[in-house]
Design a protein around this ligand. Structure first.
Ligand code: PLP
Length: 443
């Protein structure tokens, strides 16, 4: 076991655990019935160290953010150096090297003329900014009435009120807010002829009202880890052009190597007008997001009319610590074979999960890039399944009817094998023995 000694040691059951149970409100969690959260004291590589001294191999990489593993020294040193110089400064009227460098590097790495970077602090806000950019793009051009965002079933774009309205309306976590949300057109992804015809019919009716088509390219993540191919994105690009609307790729999940390419738009060879990034942008260390627009989109905001400016500015936008972390993360992508590692993780997962494809109750096993997915007919008692993973020495978070793995791209092969063995053991027995109770705990 690597570098355990370097992790700080904490006595078992410190009193903060009780304080947390009394006062923390946890995410995606029915707090009346949920099992307590696992108390964490340290992370390293692909390992989580619990307060009682146990270590778990992390199959999720903290919602797939920690692409280089935890506590990478290069990112840690960069953040430390920035901490001494300037932890934060507002971005209104001020600028700084970490943000300027990062913007230039993102523009350089992204395809085409996706060259203008607006920073924010979460994926949801990055998507909201993209939606505002698209709507105002038409308003600034004098075109009235283009204020809808067309999105897709199976999609997930965030938890805020505007982004909930563009998530999957049925499978998503937001159905209970339906009456409150903006009504956005939601279509099936045009995977086949029938769905393409349905999309074309919708666009024929409503195309003139649509400011942008919004999609997670190649992989719809938190909505169910669903895959589609580049042809779907080409169809969307064609439709956006035909109906005069913009195309937004939400790469908050897919960006930074998760699908095997640095960006999914690059792998698909389809160029969006706006792209959103977050999650792995800082290698999973700090909150940071970016909305990146093409020159054509940006230029529509240049005007003598002050009302044509983009009126958005999160307090902590372009936080220097987060930008320093992101620059260090990009250094790692440049210096180390991350994409080859992502491919190798994918190959190992494909082999390791294949035996489960034949299990009764398993609907599909699918792998793309460093994303492994087991989809069941149904999954009951997710809390009990999570507990069994912990007993097996791994951290895995099933939701809906899927068990997924998005480990660090750097996970050592012995740890990945241990993770896969635990998944085979736990999932093999779930498939054989369906339980009755279901819980509301998700994510
Ligand atoms: C996680 C995610 C978001 C939301 O990001 P937050 O930082 O949680 O607000 C948006 N879009 C996609 C594709 C995501 O995976």
């Amino acid at each position: 076991m690597q570098s355990t000694a370097a992790m700080s040691s904490t006595p078992p059951n410190p009193d903060w655990i009780a304080a947390g149970r009394s006062h923390l409100w946890r995410p995606y969690c029915q707090m009346l019935t949920a099992s307590p959260a696992l108390p964490m004291v340290a992370t390293r590589g692909s390992r989580l160290r619990l307060a009682d001294g146990r270590e778990l191999i992390d199959g999720v990489a903290s919602w797939w953010t920690a692409c280089h593993g935890y506590n990478h020294p290069r990112i840690r040193d960069a953040v430390r150096a920035q901490l001494d110089a300037m932890p934060h400064v507002m971005f209104g009227g001020l600028t700084h090297e970490p943000a300027a460098r990062l913007a230039g590097r993102l523009a350089e790495l992204l395809p085409g003329d996706l060259d203008r970077v607006f920073f924010s602090d979460s994926g949801s806000v990055a998507v909201e900014v993209a939606m505002k950019m698209a709507i105002q793009f038409f308003g600034n051009g004098g075109e009235r009435g283009r204020d809808r965002i067309l999105a897709f079933r199976g999609g997930y774009h965030g938890d805020t009120l505007a982004t909930m309205a563009v998530c999957d309306p049925e499978e998503g976590m937001h159905a209970r807010f339906r009456g409150v949300l903006a009504e956005q057109p939601i279509a099936a992804l045009p995977r086949d002829g029938a769905d393409t015809d349905a999309l074309d019919a919708l666009l024929a009716r409503e195309g003139h009202r649509i400011a942008a088509i919004l999609v997670e390219p190649l992989v719809q993540g938190a909505g169910g880890m669903l895959f589609h191919d580049a042809a779907v994105l080409q169809r969307l690009r064609e439709r956006a052009d035909r109906h005069g609307c913009l195309l937004i790729f939400d790469e908050v999940f897919t960006g930074f190597g998760r699908t095997g390419a640095l960006f999914a738009c690059e792998a698909a060879r389809v160029l969006p007008d706006i792209v959103t990034l977050s999650k792995a942008l800082t290698g999973g260390t700090m909150a940071l997001a970016a909305t990146v627009a093409t020159t054509r989109v940006f230029e529509r905001f240049l005007s003598d009319d002050p009302g044509h400016a983009l009126m958005h500015g999160p307090t902590f936008m372009a936080n220097p610590l987060a930008c320093a972390a992101a620059n260090a993360s990009l250094d790692l992508f440049a210096a180390e074979p991350r994409l080859a590692q992502a491919a190798a993780v994918g190959e190992t997962m494909r082999a390791g999960l294949a035996p489960l494809a034949e299990q009764p109750g398993v609907r599909e096993v699918r792998v793309r890039g460093a994303i492994g997915v087991l989809e069941f007919e149904r999954l009951d008692d997710l809390d009990a399944i999570k507990a069994r993973f912990v007993e097996a020495g791994v951290f895995v978070r099933p939701f809906g009817r899927i068990v997924y793995l998005t480990p660090a791209l750097t996970i050592p092969s012995d740890e990945l094998q241990t993770l896969l063995a635990a998944v085979r053991e736990v999932c093999g027995s779930i498939a054989r023995k369906p339980a009755a109770r279901s819980t509301a705990d998700q994510g």
